[in-house]
Design a protein. Structure first.
Length: 415
């Protein structure tokens, strides 16, 4: 990049942990982080927030172990700057609207949008309340968002300069001459893509009949600690219940986002659901797939499915997919390096049964067609496959992927 400066908008969970990743990797010599509001009483309060985390411990211990010392130094209240592990980090605390953030004056070419607020790429830069396109108007060449796009106007055309990618799945579709706003999808979509792709590659689209998934997901910052009365017009009353002592049913856009990453999934009946549970991070996807088997060959079994994932994990040199038989619990995968999906091989299940189809019920069936057939009811062997995949929905599974996506796009920018 021209300046080597990376911008990060937002200092929530993803923004903060992205700083951890980038000061550890040292690809960018300088970070410019926009908070858009005063924090505490001084810059030191910001520094303390950055270096300490209730889930992952302290930054220096995360990078170098228990003998490490503090990595943040040279705090300058006037310029809002500090040095973290040799990387200069400038904190901006004034503008919240993307179009007003001084990216250009700070020499920022690439911005990671991590607030979760600006997800509609169809809105103009000057849209009331702000727009993700405001980052481009403010001087950035490219924007990467840490969440799926959400287009409010269902009739709006999909912008040609926008793309949703998962590293190692469809990131090669990125064209720097065309795409200026890139979504890194969600943590769930990243994991799900690595669970679905090996099965799709092995069995082919024509043999996968239907699929469904449930994500047992850790709490997120949008949930409440204690019960609160719903806002006017609220329709989902569960969102206002405290997460500390509840299992909460909610929704996920993973199925829709997955079809953007793996277009073949549009041809498969797919259902995605989500359950929130009171843990800080560490989530699980339970994937169920119905596969049409060959009546004259061995049916799909557990060993075959596990071997598919073992082979896929070996081919994935980045380590995004991991196969495990260690009988994990959610705490075991927190902070797991790079892995966006850890297949729990000990829990893979398969069941095969003959499903009877009455051809008379199919569209297009006529008596003329029936006269050509020996029978109207046929038996088809169908195998139900259940696969479990762990993912650290914050640092290990998602922020690592987001960081790699950021570095890869930065390498395409003008020097």
């Amino acid at each position: 990049m021209k300046s080597g400066r990376l911008g990060i908008n937002g200092l929530g969970r993803i923004g903060k942990l992205s700083i951890w990743q980038h000061v550890g990797q040292k690809v960018f010599p300088e970070l410019v982080v926009n908070i858009g509001r005063p924090v505490g009483t001084s810059l030191d309060n910001v520094a303390r927030f950055i270096e300490r985390d209730s889930t992952y411990g302290s930054l220096h211990n995360y990078l170098f172990g228990y003998k490490a010392g503090r990595l943040i130094e040279n705090l300058d209240e006037k310029t809002g700057s500090m040095v973290i592990h040799g990387i200069r980090v400038t904190i901006l605390r004034e503008e919240r609207n993307p179009k007003d953030i001084p990216w250009k004056s700070h020499g920022v070419d690439l911005v990671v949008e991590s607030t979760g607020q600006f997800m509609d790429p169809t809105l103009p830069p000057d849209a009331p309340g702000g727009s993700i396109r405001g980052h481009l108007a403010a001087g950035a060449q490219k924007v990467i968002t840490s969440a799926p796009f959400k287009i409010k106007d269902k009739d709006a055309a999909w912008p040609e300069d926008c793309l949703t990618t998962v590293m190692g799945i469809n990131d090669a579709e990125y064209d720097p001459t065309v795409h200026h706003i890139v979504s890194n999808a969600s943590c769930t979509t990243n994991c799900l893509a690595y669970m679905v792709k090996p099965l799709l590659d092995h069995f082919g689209l024509d043999r996968i009949l239907t699929a469904s998934m449930v994500t047992v997901h850790a709490v997120t910052g949008s949930q409440l600690v204690l019960d609160r009365a719903p806002k006017k017009g609220a329709t989902d009353l569960r969102r206002n219940r405290g997460i500390l002592n509840n299992i909460i049913l909610t929704t996920t856009g993973a199925a829709k986002a997955l079809s953007l990453v793996i277009p073949e999934m549009k041809e498969i009946g797919f259902v995605a659901e989500s359950v929130r549970i009171p843990v800080s991070t560490g989530s699980l996807i339970i994937l169920t797939v119905d596969i049409q088997d060959d009546a004259e060959k061995d049916h799909t079994d557990r060993d075959l499915v596990n071997q598919i994932y073992k082979d896929a994990a070996k081919k994935n040199r980045k380590g995004y997919l991991v196969y495990s038989e260690e009988q994990n619990v959610s705490a075991d995968i927190i902070g797991h390096p790079l892995a966006t999906a850890i297949i729990e091989g000990t829990e893979t299940q398969t069941r095969t049964a003959n499903i009877s189809f009455d051809l008379k019920r199919l569209p297009g069936y006529t008596d003329e067609v029936g006269a050509c057939l020996a029978r109207s009811v046929i038996d088809v062997p169908v195998t139900k496959v259940v696969v479990y995949g762990w993912y650290d929905n914050e640092m290990g599974g998602y922020v690592h992927m987001l960081t790699d996506r950021t570095v890869s796009i930065a390498s395409t920018l003008e020097k």
